[in-house]
Ligand binder design. Sequence first.
Ligand code: PAF
Length: 278
Amino acid sequence: MLVIHTIVELRERLRGVTGIALVPTMGNLHQGHLDLVRIARQHGQFVVVSIFVNPLQFGINEDYSKYPRTLEQDCKMLEQCGVDMVFAPSERDLYPQPQQVTVELPPIANELCGAFRPGHFRGAATVVLKLLNIAQPCVAVFGKKDYQQLYLMRQMAAQLNLPVEIVGGETVRASDGLALSSRNQYLNAAERTEAIFLYQNLVEIRLAIMDGATNFFKLERQAIEVLTARGWQIDYVTIRAQSNLAEPTASECNLVILVAARLGRTRLIDNLEVVREQ
Ligand code: PAF
């Protein structure tokens, strides 16, 4: 497995290589990332994993400086998975000058997580567009755990006619249901035990919808009340249409329940798709 640190070397090494599948990551890899690698392998002949903690997508009071950086351990895991190349550029290489050219996303980028993390998706989309231009993959794989991010990457690729297929990978969960995330390690033992209630609330909402509940506002309110009473600080619990993340019409069958909430100092997000019968 090649570990490349500069754009110049990456371009040299990838010259003539076809069927590239890219998995963009910020490192500190877990089984969820390795599953994206597995999917990348199904779609491409040459798997590149990028590892870069992207300052552009962090707010000033967010966890950029303490975000875990574990390149050596990540590379060991990726080598065992048969990844062909790791691209771990420095900040200076990726942003040699202040990044003033950025991606302007559809208005939904300012809702949901975008409302609580202003500029987050602009930063994520901008670095992903740069990585796509640098590695020129035919496929790029993103986790469904970051559902809004995946939706926006698809919109960016479609609306900017990028020659890349955006593929989504299912969320990988711990045995108790908690979605795997690098940020789970910020949780203390008591918070880790509590964290499963985020997913349990999603499951309960899904069951209610499958049982015919149509008052989504009430379902959202109930979940917010339950979680708040347990000590969570809720950013949002919302039921949206899968197709555009807008509030669903009465006839919409393909739904997704999205949640973001803080436990202590840790912000967790999760989601669950629901297909209801008409
Ligand atoms: O999902 C992430 O880890 C990041 O947002 C991404 C896509 C690697 C861009 O920095």
